[in-house]
Design a protein around this ligand. Sequence first.
Ligand code: ZN
Length: 364
Amino acid sequence: MSTVGTGLSDRGGADDENGLPWLVTPLRRTLETQQAHALLIHGPGGVGQFELALALAQAWLCEALDRPLVDRPCGRCASCKLHVARSHPDLLVLVPEALRESLGWDLGGNEGDEAGEGGKRKPSKEIRVEAVRAAIAFATTTSARGRGKVVVVHPAERMNDVAANAFLKTLEEPAGDARFLLCSAAPDSLLPTIRSRCQQVALPVPPAADAEAWLARRGVAQAAVLLAASGGQPQQALDLAERGIDAGAWLALPRRIAAGDPTALQGWGLAMAVDALQKICHDAAALACGGAPRYFPKERVVGEADLDALLRWSRELARVAAEAEHPWSIDLAVESLVGQGREALKTPRSRGHPPEGLSLNSTR
Ligand SMILES: [Zn+2]
């Protein structure tokens, strides 16, 4: 159930049906302008930082030297074929164990990865210092095919403190001919010293029309609804669709939660359920304050909510989101959160009076 392809595209062209078409321009621009040995590709989650990093790596390692760099990767040379097969000896991809499968990067073949550590322990959500040290060792050895080496770190903010400090030393004193590509949806949580040693490549949310067309090609009906549900981030929208959450289910959600129906979130998993509840809470609060909803069409948002209760709900949602990795009963947690949502989304009129000092939006 990957939301992430195998790179910008398997042919490296970015414009075929496997590619992310909105990355064509950023790829070209980055190849044209960025010569630094370390780049930080950042933007909202789900817009393709990892795919752009892989495409850059493929282009840098591509052996079609008769083409200008901006026209690489060629997708046909021996190096590109190794890249597509995920067995390029000069590319090392550092991702947390827990993300390997969903990223489609679940192989044990890379030097320095953590997959071989054997064990029944739970896959780590962090990038550990052992993996970073192995990547540093990889970067300092000679390029196997003579086009340098590339290390991709995704998501860079998943390096724990020890790992980040080890990585920082490499950025400060680069050895060999390796280049580093850090991907992040939360660049502010990186060490400032890491940020300052990378050239920044900002990747914005793609134009809605491009994203909708891309989703439609993947069979997503009413793509605009799921795109809004994901804050404009197409890979997240596809993730929703692949989990069986269609536009109808999304649009019905606020009212089902207002009715206190936890089955509306059955099978979503805690993190996704909390995320959806946070979006309902956000939109109800926005509308109640006279603002515009962001994730649901206005007519689907339950209006005239109780702002005090929304605030309490929002705090509780944030608390659970921060603890979402704990294995306590998902059903119970969702049921409790939906119960609070039902309270918050009741109209204040039914309870007598609006909260002090708040002017409720009268347009709904
Ligand atoms: Zn090539």
